[in-house]
Design a protein around this ligand. Structure first.
Ligand code: PRT
Ligand code: MG
Length: 223
């Protein structure tokens, strides 16, 4: 027989979010599920944030770490970009809903004057700087184009400006960053939005408390 403590424990829910656009754009979905985060991650130094429900907490982690916390069950569910999920691989994660938030797209970009189409046609071995090595490798392999992937962790747009690469693979939303650095999109790879990810064991063991929240997210996130 399950004792009261164990039962209580199993009904605790932890949601993993990253600061910034994912936290902000998840707020309306949380509200639709009747959940209010009662501390602001931009001003609070707490990494575990309370909500208006005693048994629901939000943890603040790096965007790229969300799938890892959920995969290992340190968080029961989370919100992560499709870009991040593709690099992670998605092992151990149930991905029930496209939340249609934090939308952007993954593109190949190059300096304005660079003849990308010609370089690709000639089979020149392009150096491509990116945070998304997996997605970039798949994209160029499918086209039969040989590239050297240079893995970076930030400021990807800088690479072609200082001769580190000929092109980049990066996320674009407004296009302002590309424009400000005299880069242009030369290929569209994929549309990106954020997904709800759920730990597979939590889905079974905490279904009573989790399912209504997933349903509310699903209803609130119609395109
Ligand atoms: O920023 P930090 O290093 O802390 O972490 P992060 O970049 O992993 O997190 P965050 O919050 O910036 O991104 C979280 C998720 O938001 C990503 O995984 C994407 O799914 C999604 N998203 C949506 C974006 C963008 N739009 C976006 N524009 N992520 C990043 N960008 C960057 C892009 O890399 C580029 O440098 O913004 C720049 C371009 O923006 P524009 O508007 O100038 O085109
Ligand atoms: Mg960022």
């Amino acid at each position: 027989m399950m004792n009261a403590t164990a039962n209580n424990q199993s009904q605790q829910l932890i949601l993993a979010l990253s600061k910034g656009r994912i936290f902000e754009e998840t707020q309306p979905l949380l509200e639709a599920a009747g959940i209010t985060v009662t501390e602001d991650p931009e001003t609070s130094r707490k990494l575990i944030l309370p909500t208006n429900h005693d048994n629901i907490k939000v943890i603040i982690v790096r965007a790229t770490d969300v799938p890892t916390y959920v995969q290992y069950g340190a968080a029961d569910f989370g919100v992560a970009g499709k870009d991040v999920l593709q690099e992670h691989g998605g092992a151990g994660l149930y991905q029930p809903v496209d939340l249609h938030i934090a939308k952007c797209h993954l593109s190949v970009a190059a300096p304005k004057g660079f003849d990308y189409a010609n370089a690709v046609r000639k089979g020149a071995r392009l150096r491509v700087a990116t945070k998304y090595a997996q997605a970039a490798r798949e994209h160029f392999a499918a086209k039969g184009v040989h590239v050297d992937i240079i893995k970076l962790y930030g400021s990807i747009e800088l690479a072609p400006l200082v001769g580190l690469s000929e092109a980049i693979v990066d996320l674009v939303s407004t296009g302002n960053t590309l424009r400000a650095n005299d880069l242009v999109e030369v290929e569209h790879i994929a549309d990106i939005s954020s997904r709800l990810v759920v730990n597979q064991a939590a889905l079974k063991l905490k279904r009573d408390i989790l399912q209504p929240i997933l349903d509310a997210f699903g209803r609130a996130s119609v395109e």
